[in-house]
Design a protein around this ligand. Sequence first.
Ligand SMILES: [Zn+2]
Length: 517
Amino acid sequence: MTPVNFIGWMYDIAREQSPHQDALGEILRRSAAAGYNAVGLYLEYRFAYPSAPWAAGPGCLTPEAVRQLQAGTGEQRGQAGVRIIPFLNTLGHLEGFIRSEGGQWLAEGAAGFGGVQMCATRPECAAFARDLVSDVLEVFDDEWVHLGGDETRQLGQCPRCAARVAQVGKGGLYGEYFGPLCRFVLERGRRPCLWGDMLLQHPQALDAIPRQTVIFDWQYFSRPRESTRVFRERGFDVVCCPSIQTYNASWCFLRASQANIDEHREDALAAGALGVLVTTWELCYFTNYASTWPLILAAGRRLAHGQDWAATVAAEGGEAYARAADILGNRIPATATLLAPGTWRRMRDNLVIRQNPFLLWRVWRTEACGAAGDAVLRLCDEADALLPDPEAPLRFAIDLHRVAVEWVRAAELAHRAYAAGDLTGAVDALSAGSGHLRRLRPALERVAGAGGSAADVARLERLVEKVDLARERICALPMGAGQRPAFEVLIEEAYVAGDQAAWACGSANAQRQGGGG
Ligand SMILES: [Zn+2]
């Protein structure tokens, strides 16, 4: 296999990661050893920008930490001298700024605090972005600085932007915003980079983007052949970007990720792209980097040396990891429609992300209480047996699947007891259910202690609170009453004791159904 020239991967620090200095050094060293020649640090608001001190949260990456990393050339950055490329966002995905005190003014459009995007027209917003870029140029020494620019779906929402869009279109507005920002970078002797999605949606924006800009063409669910060709024909250098599919999975869709990476390598070579950047995203919401490192490093080996996938994963994680990863990443997703590839993390979405674990009971009760649930539990046992160390990073992903099934089964028992009028039985089943959820706590604390999401520990508490609340509500029901609220009403945020028609609960549920939950 011919290797591509640029072989990088991107670390999503923006999603609640607080990597320790020594761990970052080790990651760079191992990345270089695996065959990577670049590591991107996706920062958003998780960098201590001197120009925006009000946005620097606990554990965010500091300029000092980056300088130390860059100073550690030889050993720390690997003999190959792996590049450290800063990835910002400078228009969309500014939610961490907008939702911090002092950053509300950035928000685009009527959504305000509820939005994720900055205004593309107000000059003070462009100045804010230039300051972030200047901060990063001051600290990072790489030639490239990535300005983000993806998923700017709110273009044209505020009256000023809407007026501009009416004249020049969304692509015109996008180009008017990013053209000058790219030139700002070029004037400082560096190369700007942008994600390709909005440029593909609004090709006229390309007219305003300087040709020296590097386009990062991300195609996670298809190959980049056609899209990369569009950019190459317009004279741009391109990096093709596959993803390791953890953000959309219960743990990872392994086979799909590997196929996606292979397709990007092939198409990058065929189109004369600079290379491949393996993206990783959102390693929070009960996922983590610790269980994913061997997959990331294996992708580097594959891209650099063309080694067989199974061999690369075993080389980085060990034989037992490779076999357990096959169970978690290939076999478990095949057991249940809720866990299948293409379903967008429905298990984690309904267990943790929406902050009410009863939602998982609602969408998964039939499968989890039946043969599919049995199959998941059997595969969890098989994977556990491969990894006898209870603190092995992959054990959390196994436990998460097991707890999900056991929690849904407990909630189902509670529902059945409640329906039969056995309120004590319902309360006992819910107590068992919250016990299952609590089992996740030690591993979540370990992940947080090692630089992963600290919010996940607090998220688990919210889940347990929801179960405790349902239990209290059952205990508070009037004794001997003929009518009881439906179980589905009791578990809603909007439940009010004595409100038999429960309009608020019903409409919350209808909204959720409409939202595709
Ligand atoms: Zn605006």
